[in-house]
Design a protein around this ligand. Structure first.
Ligand code: C5J
Length: 227
């Protein structure tokens, strides 16, 4: 039985047997002062503000027993998976691999690379370290999702126009039906978040669908009430 979620550009049909939540890069490095996002000159409080909505979304999936994937943007300590062009780009106060106040920036295993405490993964949930912006590049996650029959992905996390959008587009190319929960994603730049949402839903949902958290929560609750 599909669950119809009010969404743009038209209702999203969520398939409860085949849907996973993907929470992109809710890491201290992007969300807390002293991390990579901060070193690039961003106001990280904008991203911190979506932690409660993201926690509520994770809680919904946990209560339903639906799978959850957490991603971290992370590189090996020797930077062998970090293209020099990625490290060199821009003029950040700290570059990938440099020592920051929460350990080495964007390096696997460092304190700053961990998911924020309020959204910490639980046993049984998938956690992937991704060296790229997109969740499918060099992670093997497509095979893992396919093995478990996942065809629908619900997206949350940061930042909307970078790692979330890249992952959604990669998922779209691989045939997944993608929904973005708009109050559980954020950007350092409000205009970029708004533009990304419009890009996703334009042309009849060229990348996927966008819904609010409450639309998703109420649709799932209604399904249980009707059952
Ligand atoms: C960025 C991300 N913005 N998780 N990473 O560099 O979006």
């Amino acid at each position: 039985m599909l669950i119809s979620i009010p969404a743009r550009p038209y209702p999203y049909s969520l398939d409860p047997q085949h849907t996973a939540l993907v929470v992109i890069d809710m890491q201290r490095d992007f969300i807390e002062p002293g991390g990579f996002g901060d070193s690039l000159g961003n106001d990280v409080r904008r991203l911190e503000a979506i932690v409660p909505a993201t926690a509520a979304l994770i809680d919904l999936f946990r209560r339903q027993g639906w799978p959850i994937v957490h991603t971290r943007e992370a590189h090996q300590p020797d930077l062998s998976d970090c293209p020099p062009a990625k490290r060199a780009r821009g003029k950040p106060g700290l570059r990938i691999g440099d020592e920051g106040s929460m350990g080495r920036i964007l390096i696997a295993g460092e304190p700053g690379n961990q998911i924020v405490d309020a959204l910490a993964p639980r046993e049984g949930e998938i956690v992937i370290d991704k060296p790229g912006k997109g969740m499918f590049h060099a992670t093997g996650i497509n095979e893992r999702l396919r093995e478990t029959g996942i065809t629908h992905l619900v997206f949350a996390g940061v930042t909307t126009e970078v790692c979330v959008q890249t992952s959604m587009r990669e998922a779209n190319d691989r045939g997944y039906e993608c929904l973005l929960v708009e109050d559980a994603t954020e950007s350092y730049f409000p205009a970029f978040k708004a533009a990304t949402i419009e890009m996703i839903v334009a042309q009849g949902g060229i990348v996927g669908w966008v819904a609010t958290l409450s639309a998703l929560v109420h649709a799932v609750a209604k399904e249980h009430a009707d059952a």
